[in-house]
Ligand binder design. Sequence first.
Ligand code: PXP
Length: 279
Amino acid sequence: MAGSPTLATERPRLRLGVNIDHVATVRNARGGRHPDPVQAAEIAVMAGADGITAHLREDRRHIRDDDINRLKALIDRPLNLEMAATREMADIAVRVRPHAACIVPERREERTTEGGLDAAGQHTTLSPLIEELRAAGIRVSLFIAAERAQIEAAAALRVPVIEIHTGAWCEAVADGHGDRAAAEFDRIRSAAKLARGLGLEVHAGHGLDYVTAGQLAGLPEVVELNIGHFLIGEAVMEGLATAVRRMRAAMDRGRSSAFPPASEGGEEGRLPPQADPAT
Ligand code: PXP
């Protein structure tokens, strides 16, 4: 378009996809319904998330099928389904039709998605699966390392989007390894440029926190960050004081309604005195 800004001068909006997997991790620890990842998604959207990301793992260790169905039905922002390249997951994606599907490598023994997808080595198996998702109207992205071979393989697979795995960089930053962090960031910067040059939309994610997300925001090619673990951890830290205050109030209310002050004809005076553990 005539007069449109070049990538060097424009400032494209950087979207935030909030990954709510770990709300489900906490819920599943007790097997009940609380905390609900769908309610967390609603809160995230209210607070400014542009989309919701959820990884339906083969072992269902956090997000479950019903969560995905409810996210699709109840959340009015794009749903990004992270999934392994398996027959089962492709069938689910085609049935649910999320806005996007990010294909990730998955190993049962890993704690989280530890590396990027080998798009270069798995062209033959990925190609028909990607076609199937595309035919269902799903925007497919590949979660890959910041490596030339993987980016070129993603372009050859004709996906519209890649998500660059930022885990190694974030780890180097967190461990205070300045040289390694600088080298990893350079790799991400070059990868983002290369991918954009090949016509791919560039997303990034894994291990991001306030500092690393802020630094990535300086790369104009990157238009979406997907962030989970750190945000849920921060939510615990920021929300714990509120929850404790509400619990304190609920307990105090319960006590005073069961035992109104003696002046109101209550039975408070009949409670035997007890030692105060705080004194
Ligand atoms: N993007 C992808 C493709 C992922 O697999 C994950 C982890 O589930 C994330 C982003 C979010 O990573 P984190 O939870 O470390 O922020």
